[in-house]
Design a protein around this ligand. Structure first.
Ligand code: RIB
Ligand code: CA
Length: 331
């Protein structure tokens, strides 16, 4: 049964690869794509998303532009890393100045729909009750705002699959912005808290599985894209840039989240109660998993009811086969 999916993106390199995987998976019918600021500002994210859809001859898929500022205090100035002794913007470093590994694509001919992404999300979910799989590969600002404005939509979404969080459930479940915080949650922890506190049925694909060495992109992945087509040139360029800037550890976070909608067998998943640290410095955006014994929780008058299903294992070979074979067939 084909799943109707909405993908919420902050199109940088791995978002683009996730969109291409979704477009080339018969199990998924991409109803629309919503954009939000994250790796770049929402204008550039929207431009990149339109360019990727046009390159993939999928420009008929509507794109709705969303929030440009997080619900949380903006910490963009902290998204700074030091490379060769110089301070650079993390998003620009890892995704390139244009967000697509500085690959040159023509300016998009298509434009986003007039509706704001938050309104578009609410409308699409309400007009397709219990049919939409919502895949988020970005900060949760649009989705957090949508469930604030119309809480009832949470129960109308069939499933929410999010790339985000670091849950300490595998040796790779450490942060990528702070020691404990993953970028999508760190960028807007208040929005993430709205999502985890809502009635959305969320599956979290966190760094625990997306930083697993078995899914790291390497140069030999490029052997799948040698046929000389524009799409293969684009995909090769994205992967090469990601490997170069990934300091030898380039992870396809967003396509891994998309693969959870295609083949759930790739993952081991367990239910947990997760709370979000919405303030702080080294712990802003931490996804805190309740692991205390039930008695320790209840004696403090708290409950341990799970609010999310968290990925705690990945079959890296299965994912890489799906990812590389599906994308190379597009070329
Ligand atoms: O932490 C990885 C996530 O942050 C990915 O979605 C990547 O695109 C960035 O947004
Ligand atoms: Ca992303």
């Amino acid at each position: 049964m084909t799943k109707k999916v909405i993908i919420d993106v902050d199109t940088g390199i791995d978002d683009a690869l996730g969109i291409l995987l979704a477009l080339n998976s018969p199990e998924l019918d991409v109803v629309c794509i919503t954009t939000v600021s994250g790796n770049l500002g929402v204008e550039e994210v929207t431009r990149n998303t339109l360019q990727v859809l046009e390159l993939a001859n999928s420009e008929k898929i509507p794109v709705a532009k969303g929030m440009n500022s997080p619900l949380s205090p903006d910490k963009k100035e902290e998204e700074i890393i030091i490379v060769n002794g110089k301070k650079v913007n993390g998003g620009e470093y890892f995704h390139g100045k244009n967000g697509l590994g500085d690959y040159k694509l023509p300016q998009p001919k298509t434009r986003p729909v007039k509706d704001h992404a938050v309104d578009f999300l609410i409308d699409k979910i309400r007009s397709n009750p219990h049919e939409i799989t919502l895949i988020t590969t970005a900060p949760l600002t649009n989705v957090g705002k949508a469930v604030m404005e119309d809480p009832k939509i949470a129960r109308l979404v069939d499933e929410h699959i999010m790339m985000g969080g670091a849950y300490g459930l595998t040796p790779y479940g450490y942060g990528n912005v702070t020691p404990v915080s993953e970028f999508n949650v760190w960028a807007d922890p208040i929005a993430a808290n709205k999502v985890f506190s809502s009635k959305l049925s969320t599956i979290a694909v966190g760094l625990d599985v997306t930083q697993d060495p078995s899914v790291a992109l390497t140069e030999d992945c490029l052997d799948h894209f040698t046929q000389e087509t524009e799409l293969n040139a684009f995909i090769s360029s994205l992967i090469s840039f990601h490997i170069k800037r990934g300091q030898g550890a380039a992870y396809p976070h967003d396509p891994i989240a998309v693969s959870a909608a295609i083949d759930r067998e790739i993952f081991e998943i367990k239910d947990f109660l997760v709370k979000i640290e919405t303030e702080g410095t080294i712990a802003r955006g931490q996804t805190v998993v309740e692991k205390r014994p039930e008695a320790f929780v209840t004696m403090r008058g708290e409950v341990k009811t799970p609010n999310a299903r968290i990925c705690c294992g990945i079959d890296g070979g299965k994912f890489m086969n799906l990812f590389l074979n599906r994308l190379s067939k597009m070329g």
